[in-house]
Design a protein around this ligand. Structure first.
Ligand code: WTA
Length: 637
């Protein structure tokens, strides 16, 4: 497969960028010609940020799985689409060619139909990182069902919230999942999530760990049994459902600064083109290369750069079930060596953690197949950048520092491998189609270079969020109302003397822990569920490996016994309500929280204390009880 829109030179980047800004419709219309449509679009773009209403390729009809599977069959049918490496290094790996993946997706699409799933229905997918997760997701897309993939680390309560919000009627899960030394009993978590649920009609359970599970008659069915049914009775084909360009492809829940996580909605055509365009360009993917994105498919990075980007490009995508540190801290490098991986895309937190184990786990591994390295999820600090560059890339692989968000669908600001220059800790330049700007607190655009402000985007790109599921107003308020006529990212950012962008982190109450977005309000709500807790406030603090750690200030009713045990209980509560990723790293019991007279918690002060920077806490005179600050300072952990 060739990619006529692949940028090859710095001049090419500059001229494509120019064209994308001067005539976006012409630019994206040309690119869209390279995809398979059942009916061509009438209009490339129709938009306003006020409502917001954003429509790409209106009138066009297509199915993303025809673009990810069918169109590769003739020439690349025997090319590996997915290579799967087990958690257990001794278990044999699996390879699915495009022909085989197509066959399995079509087969499972028929299973979904047999179980009553129809176009537009929401299907929750809660599985480990096995090929069946890719098959389940693509099968939903095949029949036009909306997938909502939930990361295997989320708790029953978090799943229950997401099921309710999406009004899902179907779940696809596994008996369990392997992650390093742990077995996660996925089906049993689903059973807990379904206590009191009346909307779920079917749960399809795929066998992985053979963990004992209880199957509810009439509701729960085995994946393998259902496959047998379509094998013997079913139609071996499943024509791709004809979808409108703006039909929903998936919902993916992500945390914000208030309330419960929101369901970010992406639609078929724009998302597909954006995932493909950014994949082919940022990583400079060449046909035949092996792309290893280490994210979980439960996050947007996995959606875009394990599934839809690589598969729409006819590429080979490596799915790894395990974790970087098991059986030892050399596992990534073993995988690279074993499969001769060409592109490795991972997160700074993984790099920092592996860095800490020392070079003995890297030495002796053949990493010479690597051509491009990538980083995503949080700012990459210079030390980690240099370690990655020197010891993994052997100073010959570019590192693409890709800035983007669940809401943006794909990479927005990044260097392009071997095409545009990198600069450690800078995401560098916007991709074609992306018009970033920095604004001050009043929403006034800050022009020129060597400046910093809040990062906004002025013009729609094909992969932009369309709505938050079932609550369009929340989408408008969160992203399009802070600054008029701009999409607000929630990130702070600076621009250097030649226009390179450097993301400095969130400016809202969202934490980034090991590259995972967690809202402080969400953690506080979970902590407050604990019987002994009166009130709490959560802030982030710098953490060597996770990037940010979670620091919780808790007003606790001391009559409930031992303080350390109580802290353990609070941590357990958070784990139960959200999942282990949201567990506080530090809990400090405090007699009160620093509040203004109007009752607002002064988080700035709490943040500074958590960071250990207590020399200048700024003006505390507006506090209701300024003496609290000294007590909190003294009790710092
Ligand atoms: C942060 C992950 C600095 C940022 C794809 C953003 C980054 C949030 C980078 C989105 C990067 C992501 N440099 N910060 N290269 N990439 N971020 O939705 O704060 O899980 O707003 O999407 O991660 O996280 P999300």
């Amino acid at each position: 497969m060739s990619y006529p829109y692949q940028i090859k030179t710095l001049e090419g980047y500059k001229s494509d960028y120019q064209k994308s800004v001067e005539d976006p419709e012409e630019f994206w219309g040309n690119i869209a010609e390279s995809f398979t449509w059942q009916k061509k679009w009438d209009k490339v773009l129709d938009w306003n940020f006020k409502e917001p209403s954003i429509k790409w390729f209106q009138g066009g009809k297509l199915n993303i799985t025809e673009n990810c599977l069918d169109r590769h069959l003739e020439k690349n049918g025997n090319t590996p689409a997915i290579i799967w490496e087990s958690n257990d290094p001794d278990e044999h790996h699996r390879v699915l060619t495009y022909k085989e993946l197509h066959f399995k997706v079509v087969q499972f699409a028929n299973v979904l139909k047999n179980n009553g799933v129809k176009k537009g229905d929401r299907v929750c997918v809660y599985m480990g990182m096995i090929p069946e997760l890719a098959i389940a997701t693509l099968a939903c897309a095949r029949i036009g069902a909306v997938h909502s993939v939930i990361f295997g680390g989320f708790s029953a309560q978090a799943i229950a919230d997401r099921l309710e919000d999406a009004k899902s009627e179907f779940i696809i899960t596994c008996d369990g999942a392997y992650r390093g030394a742990k077995d996660i009993p996925l089906k049993s978590v689903i059973d807990d999530a379904l206590v009191g649920n009346h909307t779920i009609k079917k749960v399809i359970v795929c066998t992985r760990t053979r963990t004992p599970v209880s199957m509810i008659k009439g509701r729960d069915v085995w994946w393998e049994d259902e496959i047998k049914k379509v094998e013997t009775h079913g139609n071996p084909d499943c024509p791709a459902e004809m979808m409108d360009a703006e039909d929903i492809l998936f919902i993916l829940y992500t945390s914000g600064s208030t309330g419960k996580p929101k369901g970010v909605v992406h639609t078929v055509a724009g998302y597909m083109i954006w995932a493909n365009y950014t994949f082919v360009n940022v990583f400079q993917y060449q046909q035949g290369q092996i792309h290893f994105c280490t994210a979980d498919i439960g996050w947007i990075t996995g959606h875009s750069y394990i599934l839809y980007g690589p598969l729409s490009a006819g590429g080979t995508s490596l799915i790894f079930e395990g974790v970087p540190t098991w059986p030892d801290a050399g596992r990534f490098w073993d995988v690279v060596d074993k499969f001769k991986v060409n592109i490795l895309y991972t997160a700074p937190t993984a790099i920092r953690s592996l860095m800490g184990f020392g070079l003995e786990y890297v030495n002796g591994k053949d990493l010479s197949s690597l051509k491009v390295l990538g980083s995503v999820g949080e700012p990459i600090n210079e030390e980690a950048w240099h370690w990655f560059h020197k010891n993994i890339g052997k100073e010959k692989c570019p590192i693409v520092d890709t800035w983007w968000q669940t809401e943006t669908g794909g990479v927005m600001i990044s260097n392009i491998a071997d095409v545009t220059p990198s600069k450690p800790s800078f995401a560098t330049l916007p991709l074609p189609g992306i018009q970033p700007c920095l604004v001050d607190e009043n929403g006034v655009e800050i022009e020129g270079n060597n400046v910093s402000g809040n990062l906004c985007i002025k013009f729609p790109w094909p992969g932009i969020i369309r709505t938050t599921y079932n609550d369009h107003e929340r989408c408008r308020q969160t992203y399009f109302s802070t600054y008029e006529n701009k999409y607000f990212t929630g990130d702070g950012c600076s621009r250097d003397e030649i226009g390179n962008y450097r993301i400095t982190g969130r400016v809202d109450d969202v934490l980034n822990v090991s590259g995972h977005r967690i809202g402080t309000a969400e953690v506080e709500n979970a902590i407050n569920m604990h019987a002994g807790v009166i009130e709490s406030a959560v802030v982030g603090y710098p953490h060597d490996i996770k990037g940010q750690g979670i620091y919780a200030y808790v007003i606790y009713d001391g009559s409930h016994g031992d303080a350390n045990l109580s802290k353990q209980d609070i941590i357990q509560t958070v784990s139960r309500i959200i999942g282990p990723i949201a567990k506080p790293d530090k809990i400090q019991f405090v007699p009160g929280l620093p509040k203004t007279r109007s009752g607002k918690i002064m988080r700035r002060i709490l943040r500074k204390i958590a960071e250990g920077d207590t020399s200048n806490l700024g003006d505390t005179s507006t506090l209701l009880d300024p003496s609290l600050v000294d007590i909190i300072k003294e009790g710092r952990i």
